[in-house]
Design a protein around this ligand. Structure first.
Ligand SMILES: [Zn+2]
Length: 586
């Protein structure tokens, strides 16, 4: 075993088996039929992981090498901000979960087991273990700040475990917990963690953004998530290209112009129309733009009646914002429900001659209509529309709030720059827990004034196996994975072509030279066709491919091809080792 340098920063022990013929976990032509995500498909075909069951994977030697590198990057960055590594148990007595009540609130995702009379939970998270553990360590304000982290396996009964390493039932996670004597100290440390997380992602060559999280009312102001921009992402983030302000679509805010700002209020008129139910059909019937339509979207509020959300015709309602406003679950009303409340689908509006008809429903408005003039809207009667409707004169809204779904074309709330919609994968999140868990476990400290106070906590997670999957989602092409150098299982894919003595001797010699120089090399010395070897090399996706063949040896050269580049070139054998070292460290 030798210690070697990777990407200039991480030290790993180089295992002895680096000959492809001996590797446990070779490439496959077919991925499992249910590998319906890119990372599951490429990592399985490339021989990095092997599926045991839905959301449960084995890591093979290639996969473990990349995962170890990710782990080392995470460790270095957490150590740099004072994190101390520990390892807590994965098996938790159920009592600690009863103490926080999360045996009930997280019941759906908990894996439980019983041994005799004793019940256990497979840890999906570790606040329940770390808080009592800290209680045995922290007594005084002098003991804080204190920060511990672990790299541990987590268990969550994920109902939709179909995204390979992105959503596992058993998965790896770095979870870190910080303990503070004041809110101010937590705030200070929280900012440091954001920087450390961004370092982790940039060292993995990922384009990551910090977003204010969309979590429930409880966590809202106190949590952030980290999203990696990739076209393959399941989430949508709203990004300002100008100031880099990133928002989760669910909570995103944006500015927009008022196209009717110069208008005077015109006389209200009633017209008969034959038209479809949509905004588009409405605008076409009146020969106006979509924004001039006053749209009423009716939602059923859990435990209450229907509510109409009034919004500009060219905007959509963000259901998440409606839920937040009412603090209840909501869903769009069905056609039957609209009928039941006497509402005419496609012609619903807060304005009507028959006031009784709309008494059963209240209207709340999005800010987008507050200053708009001369709307077109229905009259709660089939085939009747109202033109030049004005708020304040013709109708009132019960309240104004932000219900709009931000989309491309809106402007940044911070700098006014243009906003774009980007696909992203969530890759980490951080929370200010406050005193929630310290109160549950009576974790207190003696402050400077001699008083006993609850410890203030933060927690910080990165799914390390999920990050591996995300890297593959973000960095691949039609041929396979394109590993960033920092987390590639090996740096060089050395290939010999043709079973020829001269070629074999030179390839073996280069392989030994690379090993001697601590270059991480995977040597494909199989007696196989060139096409097969190249296909495998592209699929596995190591950063550099070096080919030795009869043809290259005639020119005292090897063929040099970088996975990110399309073209191959020739490099003289005498220069190849130096060039590789330069390539790895550049
Ligand atoms: Zn901006």
């Amino acid at each position: 075993m030798k210690t070697i340098k990777i990407g200039g920063k991480i030290n790993l022990k180089q295992p002895e088996v680096m000959r492809y013929s001996k590797l446990f976990g070779k490439t496959k032509h077919e991925a499992p039929s249910d590998a319906n995500s890119k990372n599951a498909e490429l990592l399985t075909k490339g021989g990095f992981i092997d599926k045991l069951s839905s959301g449960i994977y084995s890591f093979l030697p290639l996969g473990i090498r990349s995962l170890k590198k990710i782990n080392e990057i995470i460790r270095e960055e957490m150590n740099a901000i004072g994190g101390q590594e520990i390892l807590m148990p994965a098996l938790h007595p159920v009592e600690i979960w009863e103490q926080t009540g999360r045996n009930k609130t997280m019941d759906e995702i908990l894996y439980r087991t019983k041994a005799g009379e004793k019940e256990f939970v497979f840890g999906p998270s570790h606040e329940e273990t770390v808080t009592p553990l800290a209680k045995r360590q922290i007594q005084s304000y002098k003991d804080m700040p204190m920060v511990v982290y672990q790299l541990q396996t987590k268990f969550r009964n994920e109902p939709r475990a179909k995204s390979g390493l992105l959503r596992g039932r058993e998965f790896g996670m770095k979870d870190m917990y910080s303990f503070h004597s004041s809110e101010k100290d937590l705030d200070r440390y929280y900012k440091k963690v954001i920087e450390a997380y961004l370092n982790v992602y940039s060292r993995c060559e990922m384009d990551a953004y910090v977003l204010q999280a969309s979590g429930g009312a409880f966590t809202d102001k106190y949590s952030h998530e980290f999203s990696i921009k990739t076209d393959a992402g399941e989430d949508t983030m709203i990004l300002c290209k100008n100031c880099k302000f990133a928002q989760n679509l669910e909570v995103a805010e944006g500015k927009y112009d008022n196209p009717s700002s110069d208008e005077e209020e015109k006389e209200l008129t009633k017209v008969q129309v034959e038209r479809g139910k949509t905004v588009k059909a409405n605008a076409e019937a009146h020969n106006c733009d979509n924004w001039r339509i006053l749209k009423s979207v009716v939602y059923m509020i859990e435990g209450a009646g229907p509510v109409g959300i009034l919004i500009r015709g060219d905007f959509n309602v963000n259901e998440n914002k409606v839920e937040k406003y009412f603090q209840k679950r909501v869903r769009p009303a069905t056609s039957e429900e609209l009928k039941k409340y006497g509402l005419v689908e496609g012609f619903i509006s807060p304005v009507g001659e028959d006031k009784k008809q709309i008494e059963s429903i209240s209207f709340v408005a999005d800010h987008s209509i507050a200053k708009m003039k001369n709307f077109v809207t229905g009259a709660n009667k089939l085939g009747i529309d109202l033109v030049n409707v004005n708020i304040g004169r013709d109708f009132e809204a019960e309240d104004f709030a932000d219900f709009v779904e931000v989309k491309e074309g809106f402007k940044c709330p911070q700098c006014g720059g243009p906003l774009t919609e980007e696909k992203a994968v969530e890759s980490g999140n951080i929370f200010k827990l406050g005193t929630k868990f310290s109160n549950d476990f009576d974790l207190k400290f003696t402050d400077k004034d001699g008083k006993q106070k609850p410890v203030i906590m933060g927690c910080y997670g990165i799914g390390n196996t999920r990050l591996l999957g995300t890297i593959v989602e973000a960095s691949n092409d039609e041929k396979g994975i394109i590993w960033p150098k920092s987390v590639a299982p090996y740096h060089v894919h050395l290939i010999q072509l043709g079973n020829n003595d001269e070629v074999n001797t030179m390839a073996e010699k280069l392989y030994e030279l690379m090993r001697k120089d601590n270059i991480e090399v995977l040597f494909d010395e199989r007696d196989a066709r060139a096409g097969e070897k190249f296909k495998d090399a592209d699929l596995i996706g190591l950063p550099l491919r070096i080919v030795v063949s009869k043809r290259t040896l005639e020119k005292d050269s090897v063929e040099w091809k970088e996975r990110k580049e399309g073209n191959a070139k020739e490099v003289k054998i005498d220069d190849v080792i130096e060039n590789i070292k330069k390539f790895i460290n550049e």
